[in-house]
Write a protein that binds this ligand. Structure first.
Ligand code: NDP
Length: 473
């Protein structure tokens, strides 16, 4: 019997994906550069379904029914290119290679173009949910041709997470679209985590709560509109005591690391000209935390002279600030997806992106139903902030949100995420921005010109002589 699909690269992710396919009744060919991993998989999990082990690439390719569907789950970067080159030589027109690794979407675009020339479909696919997700149902974000999705999509949908009976997998768009939205997903994840961390810090340092008390607050929030995987694990972590008897959160070194997808998101946003300050602040906050040298040097700097004291109603205010800031960072993420789609010619369904992130992935949350509803009601929504329901919630939250940012500033508790989100909200809704002054400065020192509010055209003032205005059209 020929295999329905093949998986090469059998470390944690590939092994669990292969098992997931097998458990769903698909016959799976399995291959790994080092054959021992293939043997281990079949020895340990062979009873879970139909596996066809292959020791060589030739054997692997020969085991697949045509058109062949081949999933690559190897280390991202050069190894992915090496494996693609090796297998592409053995494939025929119409066959499909899917890369489920964490590739940069530029690499995916390059690989897709090269394979398309040979008639082979290349599908760069974001996969979120870590190793548990890979086994039990991840959120899957495939790019590549629409034709390839007709052949590969049903298999992917069968192993993805499901919410309300709907798969957390859809064809995102052509070439690099899948890896692009996976990148933005991770950027949003960074922002969510930063906002939650700030909320915790405020509850503790401004509210005087012990970690186990803060855990109760998060658990309560998790049964409301903030219901999400990340809020749930936060409650769990804060309630956890270390073997030393101290709260676990107090024994972890306070230097956050990153594997790079947050940085990619910000870098790409800068290239696209999309403001994503919520994501950027989260990436910079991790970066700052890791600068032990700078932090050490700054230990003697003065803080506020006022003491903490009880801040009345703080937890309720922080919930409002967290929710409002979350709306802002998701709004920025969706703006970025729309900008990427416009730049690269992808026809991305913005409501569907919310749909496939409702399960399987790290940012899964009840909140995503609301985002889906907003884009279904108006697919051309310029920003989530102006969806009537979100706008009303932001209005209801804003007084508390402002109090929280003010409290943080007054007590010297850093809240870059909350502050940046509020500044974004106030900037967008401002009738006039001081950008007018910036533009005037640019004209004065660099003759960069300006436009006027009262008539069309481009102008320059002769600052160097008699300050008369001339047309610069
Ligand atoms: P790793 O990233 O640790 O990669 C190990 C696998 O890559 C092994 O199968 C290894 O084979 C293979 N490999 C490395 N170099 C080569 C090469 N030159 N030629 C052939 N094979 C090679 O594995 P993970 O399972 O952690 O991740 C797989 C992919 O999935 C990565 O791109 C990762 O970024 C992505 N990913 C990971 C997630 C996670 O939670 N871990 C979540 C989502 C995506 P060998 O056994 O022979 O060394």
């Amino acid at each position: 019997e020929k295999a329905d699909i093949g998986v090469t690269g059998l470390a944690v992710m590939g092994r669990n994906l292969a098992r997931n396919f097998a458990r769903r009744g698909h016959t799976v060919a399995v291959h790994n550069r080092t054959p021992q991993r293939t043997r281990d998989l079949v020895d340990q999990f062979g009873a879970e379904g139909a596996f066809v082990p292959a020791e060589s690439p030739e054997e692997f390719v020969a085991a697949l029914q045509r058109p062949r569907r081949l999933v690559v789950m190897v280390k991202a970067g050069d190894p992915t290119d090496a494996v693609i080159d090796e297998f592409a030589a053995l494939l025929e027109p119409g066959d499909i290679i899917m890369d489920g690794g964490n590739a940069h979407f530029d690499d995916t675009r390059r690989r897709e173009a090269a394979l398309r020339e040979r008639g082979v479909h290349f599908v760069g696919s974001g996969i979120s949910g870590g190793e548990e997700g890979a086994l039990h149902g991840p959120s899957i974000m495939p790019g590549g041709s629409a034709e390839s999705y007709r052949t590969l999509g049903p298999l992917l949908e069968s192993i993805s997470a499901h919410v309300d009976g709907e798969p957390c997998c859809t064809h995102v768009g052509t070439d690099g679209a899948g890896h692009f939205v996976k990148m933005v997903h991770n950027g949003i994840e960074y922002a969510d985590m930063q906002l939650i961390a700030e909320a915790y810090d405020l509850l503790r340092r401004a509210g005087g709560l012990r970690p186990e008390q803060a855990a109760e607050v998060f658990a309560r929030w998790n049964s409301g509109r903030l219901d999400s995987y990340l809020i749930g694990i936060t409650a769990d972590i804060l309630a956890h005591a270390d073997a030393s008897g101290k709260p676990f959160v107090d024994v972890v070194l306070d230097q956050a690391e990153q594997k790079g997808t947050g940085r990619w998101t910000v870098h790409t946003a800068l290239d696209l000209g999309v403001p994503v300050p919520g994501i950027a602040e989260a990436v910079f906050a991790r970066s700052l935390s890791g600068h032990a040298d700078l932090r050490e040097a700054a230990q003697g700097l003065a803080g506020p002279t006022v003491g903490a004291g009880e801040v009345a109603g703080l937890a309720e205010d922080v919930e409002q600030a967290l929710y409002a800031s979350k709306i802002v960072s998701y709004a920025q993420g969706w703006n970025m997806i729309a900008a990427g789609a416009a730049q690269y010619g992808w026809d991305i369904d913005l409501a569907a992106m919310a749909s496939i992130w409702r399960g399987g992935c790290i940012i899964r949350a009840a909140f995503l139903d609301r985002i889906r509803a907003a884009f279904r009601a108006n697919p051309a929504l310029p920003t989530l902030l102006v969806d009537p329901e979100f706008a009303a919630e932001l209005d209801a939250a804003q007084d508390a949100w402002r109090r929280v940012v003010a409290t943080a500033a007054r007590l010297g508790v850093p809240a870059p995420g909350f502050s940046a989100a509020l500044a974004y909200y106030d900037s967008l809704r401002a009738q006039r921005l001081p950008a007018a002054l910036v533009q005037a400065q640019r004209d004065l020192f660099g003759a960069h010109t300006y436009r006027r509010t009262d008539r069309d055209g481009v102008f320059h003032t002769r600052w160097d002589t008699d300050r008369h205005e001339e047309s610069a059209d």
